[in-house]
Design a protein around this ligand. Sequence first.
Ligand SMILES: Nc1nc2c(ncn2[C@@H]2O[C@H](COP(=O)(O)OP(=O)(O)OP(=O)(O)O)[C@@H](O)[C@H]2O)c(=O)[nH]1
Ligand SMILES: [Mg+2]
Length: 301
Amino acid sequence: MAEGETRCGFIALIGAPNAGKSTLTNALVGSKVTIVSRKVQTTRALVRGIAISGATQLVFIDTPGIFAPRRRLDRAMVTTAWTGAHDADVVAVLIDAKNGLDDDAEALLKKLEEVRQPKLLILNKVDLVEKAKLLELAQTINTRGKFEAIFMISALGGDGVADVRKWLADHVPAGPWHYPEDEVSDAPLRQLAAEITREKLYLKLHQELPYQSTVETETWTERKDGSVRVEQIIYVERESQRKIVLGKSGQSIKAIGAAARRELSEIIEKPVHLFLFVKVREGWGDDPERYRQMGLEFPKE
Ligand SMILES: Nc1nc2c(ncn2[C@@H]2O[C@H](COP(=O)(O)OP(=O)(O)OP(=O)(O)O)[C@@H](O)[C@H]2O)c(=O)[nH]1
Ligand SMILES: [Mg+2]
């Protein structure tokens, strides 16, 4: 396509934890580029997903949820989310319509006043809310900030997702595409693989454990028979946590590994041999190398 006819834009999806940013990113891209769970604070770093709509390339930036941070890792996540917003051409603000204007949403709207880019308001999870309540919420939020457009969608069910994509395709700046036409993600496979395993940890483990663990891909070896051998380390804070991740006679880690292997294998369309190791690394949340691996800036305190 001739350069003058194309458009390309970076769109940051921001919102409180659990608002559905990652679900929407995947829906907009049309394939799974970022992990999702019922738990808050699933996404930890910026994850890009790329979609084409006519002559427009849309680069979606999924961001960590914005909340009042306590730990160093929380601070790094929230900072990176705002960086994502400030670097984008358009900022899509997601609000969980079921939760409405709770404390996290209020704080987010307040801070949003500092963001200069054009903003979209997206009320998500409309499948869980009555129409009347939804319209009232839209009106209230609309008085809090300047939004170019308002959408009411279900990222999970797909309602309204195409309208968001279409609006963006028409409104991002003219310019050359940033990525090759067939690319949906710019993340290295070993990073995606680590994220998939982390998603399974979030699905299978409860309470504080998911938040006290991180996953890294150690080795990725393509074998002659066409399969891939992947070794990953799951870092936890304490020996007691290592025992929980392993589970009774290794049941838990086995289930996590099987689910992760299945999904990774589907995505890369190759057989995968996945080896998971659980290591206790007390204070990994204060170790700069772990942040580098996650793609996060290390906050000084
Ligand atoms: N009912 C309903 N559930 C949804 C919808 N969109 C997302 N969810 C669910 O909400 C939960 C959180 O979704 P995520 O996409 O992980 O949310 P997130 O905003 O990326 O969360 P963090 O990464 O933790 O900030 C998951 O259980 C999703 O299935 C929706 O439109 N309707
Ligand atoms: Mg997320």
